[in-house]
Design a protein around this ligand. Structure first.
Ligand code: SAH
Length: 405
């Protein structure tokens, strides 16, 4: 792969690049020489010809360059199989150090191997689910490198199959051919779905092909374990339940009953199957297909604990105000329903809503609900979802564990 494309950055726009920010927006670009196609490797220089970074370029995207190496680390770099393999090996070593080799190497192992920009591989998500590996190559550049990624994953993890899931929203932003929502493609081996994974002593089915995102929300692993710790003797309302993972952990922690609410029938079927997989008495789990917004206004369930884990409400800046109204609404109505002395575990996965702002909205909800609230924990994605400190945008999931008077 040659990297004859050279992107020159405007004077005064070098600093974020040298500080490690992985995105170069079109407004910072002075000129592009040698451009042939979206996703091709490039060098990034300043107006004096000094090398700033290397990465890949896409003129059809608002983010013209995504950086793979910056500063002195960019000197002499070739983006080839050895580069990708090295990056994946480092990502795997980090997971082993953080999660332990039993979790990473075990039969039902489930973890995020690559968290895109957070692992210095912009555009690439890789999740391991037992014998399966599911990836998302979200940019034109990562689409070009996909073959090298698959080779490296095969050698490193020896999975039964490697499956690719698309993201139509990202595909549009990158000018890629838009595949159908959630469509997938087997890149290596033979698809076998669902696969069964283990998480903190529970087992879950993951529908690799038909599930949401890559099939499971690994980012919530630690927060589900926290819920399990506080659930003994409680009735738990699990809103936006997907396949019921929070509810299963609560039940394994001694919760009396769980009610899962979601709009997706397939997800709720998965929740029932997951309960059976964990030997849970069907009497203790109920599912309801409903829109959480109106549902929370007329709950007929004694809620000692409510979990609110909604989908991303804001995908663009123009949607932030509406997202904040949405968070206010569900948190207010949840707080009104919680029994005195109960808990609210509330999340936002909108990267555009900063943590302080989310807390402010929840505070406003507590004031309106006239419920004194204590913050017990601040919650984030689990450790296999690292964030590059230069890249605020990568910090999407935040939550609060609250005790409600
Ligand atoms: N807590 C889950 C992940 C939740 S993902 C876990 O730990 O696995 C968000 C879920 O919200 C999806 O399953 C989606 O189907 C559901 N959803 C989206 N909008 C909804 C709405 N208005 N009412 C109910 N469910 C909704």
């Amino acid at each position: 792969m040659n990297s004859k494309c050279v992107v020159t950055v405007k004077k005064g726009r070098e600093k974020p690049i040298l500080s490690g920010h992985p995105w170069i927006f079109s407004g910072a670009v002075k000129s592009i020489d040698g451009y042939r196609e979206a996703g091709q490797p490039c060098s990034v220089i300043d107006e004096n010809g000094q090398l700033l970074a290397c990465g890949y370029v896409n003129r059809s995207s608002r983010i013209t360059v995504r950086v793979l190496a910056a500063g002195t680390a960019a000197e002499g770099i070739v983006i080839d199989g050895a580069f990708i393999r090295g990056a994946l090996e480092r990502a795997l070593d980090l997971r082993e150090a953080l999660l332990g080799s039993t979790l990473v190497r075990g039969a039902g192992s489930a973890f995020r191997l690559v968290n895109a920009e957070g692992d210095y591989l912009p555009g690439l998500i890789v999740d391991r689910y037992a014998e399966a590996v599911v990836l998302q190559a979200l940019t034109a550049g990562m689409q070009r490198l996909k073959g090298l990624v698959v080779d490296a994953l095969r050698a490193l993890l020896r999975p039964s199959f490697i499956y690719e899931k698309t993201d139509p929203h990202m595909a549009r932003a990158e000018g890629l051919d838009t595949a159908a929502d959630g469509a997938g493609l087997c890149l290596d081996g033979t698809l076998r779905s669902p696969v069964v994974i283990e998480e903190s002593g529970a087992r879950f089915q993951v529908e690799v092909d038909s599930g949401q995102k890559t099939g499971f929300y690994l980012d919530q692993r630690r927060n589900r374990a926290i819920l399990r710790e506080i659930s003994a003797g409680m009735n738990v309302l699990n809103c936006f339940s997907y396949t019921g993972a929070f509810g299963i952990q609560a039940l394994l922690g001694g919760a009396l009953k769980v009610l899962n609410v979601d709009l997706s029938e397939a997800a709720l079927r998965g929740a029932v199957e997951n309960a059976a997989l964990n030997g849970i008495d069907p009497e203790r789990i109920t599912t309801m297909k409903a829109d959480v917004f109106p549902f929370l206004r007329r709950v007929e369930f004694p809620c000692d604990v409510i979990v609110l884990d909604p989908p991303k409400f804001a995908a663009a800046r123009s949607e932030v105000a509406g997202a904040l109204r949405g968070y206010k609404d569900i948190n207010l109505n949840a707080l009104r329903q919680i029994q005195p002395g109960g808990f609210l575990m509330t999340f936002s996965c909108s990267g555009l809503v900063p943590e302080e702002l989310f807390q402010k909205v929840v505070f406003g909800a507590a004031v309106d609900a006239k419920r004194p609230v204590q913050i017990l924990r601040r919650l984030h994605a689990d450790v296999d979802h690292p964030v590059n400190i230069a890249h605020r945008e990568g910090q999407y999931l935040k939550g609060l564990l609250l005790r409600v008077e």
